[in-house]
Design a protein around this ligand. Structure first.
Ligand code: HEC
Ligand code: HEC
Length: 347
């Protein structure tokens, strides 16, 4: 008898815990609103992002879009996400090696292009952040970028009637929380997919490449795709391509995160999608042109202890071949994406 009581008590308490957990989960993310479909391009792998943890809605995306373009996220109102991630430049800062934050302070790294983030599970040049929502928090609180506190931002949003309406539409009530804000920003960022370049159209059989583009594609597959792998043009790994270290920045890349000397000078392989627009190149934007970067690959690679085997003997390419590679890389420009109204400023 008493055993039965104990068992039922256990069952009941188990049930209570389950119900409580369910409530807690729902409380944290009571998504209402219209589902927004994330379309995975045919043939691409399953995204790395866990969409169950952040259900995309039309209203959540709209809130994220407004936040992305809003200076309120910074201490003095002068810097928004879009100040450094400009759509026409594939969401990098065009023609800037280091991006500028509040009070004209600048950071130490080149703003990366934002696209196809749903397939990435490590962010920043050194992969120091493994959660997309954390990227937002890091940017807002960085003294050289937005220089704010999360509470400071939340207060500014809470007193703004438009934001209260947007939060209600996306999450069911007017509670402005850090979790909701970062998740809405992620919803916006995740939807930024680039898959309509000439390259994508060629892959889908809609167009054919010209001779130069085809030759460039062949050279690229032989000499570059070992790291810049299709369809993202990055394999999301960290590699040292034998650059000299910038003496004043002393940026050792991945080693700063892992503490492992074998990771010294390794940086994330950047995507080459829309590379025509992401000048200057490299983690510190040291290359002002594609030709300078190619000169590095063919004649300046330093063969250090962590230099990648694929580049340690340099990459032999003639001037003619560089021209062909460039013709191919320009097929990665996705004009529809660069001009997509869904990703532009809502105001
Ligand atoms: C002051 C310029 C600046 C601002 C403002 C800024 N970013 Fe960034 N962003 C950068 C730089 C620079 C990096 C790379 C940092 C690093 O590698 O350490 C980066 C990295 C990222 C990444 C990682 C991309 C990847 O592939 O690893 C995402 C996502 C991102 N930013 C989104 C945002 C969002 C969302 C906001 C607004 C909350 C924002 N950024 C505001 C400059 C900026
Ligand atoms: C061993 C792997 C590897 C190979 C092979 C390789 N790359 Fe890279 N590439 C990288 C890494 C890592 C970076 C970032 C380096 C840094 O900033 O420290 C990079 C940066 C770039 C950039 C700058 C992109 C940006 O937005 O900053 C371009 C363009 C580029 N590579 C093109 C090429 C081409 C073209 C080839 C073939 C000729 C090639 N790469 C071969 C790993 C590689």
């Amino acid at each position: 008898m008493s055993r039965l009581v104990t068992i039922s008590l256990l069952l009941i308490s188990g049930l209570v815990i389950l119900v409580l957990q369910a409530c807690k989960k729902n409380d944290a993310t009571p998504y209402i609103g219209t589902s927004l479909e994330f379309i995975k391009p045919a043939g691409w792998p399953t995204p790395a992002y866990n969409f169950d943890s952040n259900r995309l809605t039309v209203e959540g995306f709209a809130l994220g879009r407004k936040l992305f373009y809003d200076g309120k996220l910074s201490m003095d109102g002068s810097v928004s996400c879009a100040s450094c991630h400009q759509q026409y430049a594939a969401f990098t800062t065009y023609d800037h090696d280091f991006s500028h934050g509040i009070n004209y302070k600048h950071g130490t790294r080149n703003a990366p292009t934002l696209s196809n983030l749903a397939w990435s599970n490590s962010f920043m040049w050194d992969g120091g952040i493994t959660n997309l929502e954390q990227v937002t928090i890091a940017h807002i609180t960085s003294p050289t970028e937005m220089g704010e506190t999360i509470n400071g931002v939340l207060k500014k949003l809470q007193v703004d009637a438009t934001y209260r309406k947007l939060f209600r539409a996306a999450f069911g009530d007017e509670n402005v929380t850090g979790e909701r804000m970062t998740k809405a920003l992620s919803q916006f960022a995740l939807m930024i997919v680039s898959n309509n370049s000439r390259y994508d159209k060629m892959k889908r059989g809609e167009i054919t490449f010209n001779i130069a583009e085809n030759m460039g594609y062949d050279i690229f597959r032989e000499k570059c795709a070992g790291c810049h792998a299709e369809p993202f043009f990055t394999d999301h790994s960290f590699r040292n391509i034998g650059l000299t270290i910038n003496g004043s920045l002393k940026d050792y890349g991945r080693m700063r995160i892992t503490g492992n000397s074998m990771d010294s000078l390794k940086f994330k392989v950047p995507t080459l999608r829309n590379v025509e627009w992401t000048i200057p190149y490299g983690h510190d934007g040291r290359f002002n042109s594609f030709d300078l970067l190619m000169e590095h690959y063919r004649s300046k690679v330093i063969d250090g202890p962590t230099t990648d085997p694929l580049v340690k003997n340099k990459i032999p390419v003639s001037n003619f071949e560089i021209g062909q590679i460039k013709a191919f890389l320009y097929t990665l420009t996705d004009t529809a994406f660069l001009n997509d109204k869904r990703f532009s400023s809502p105001d």
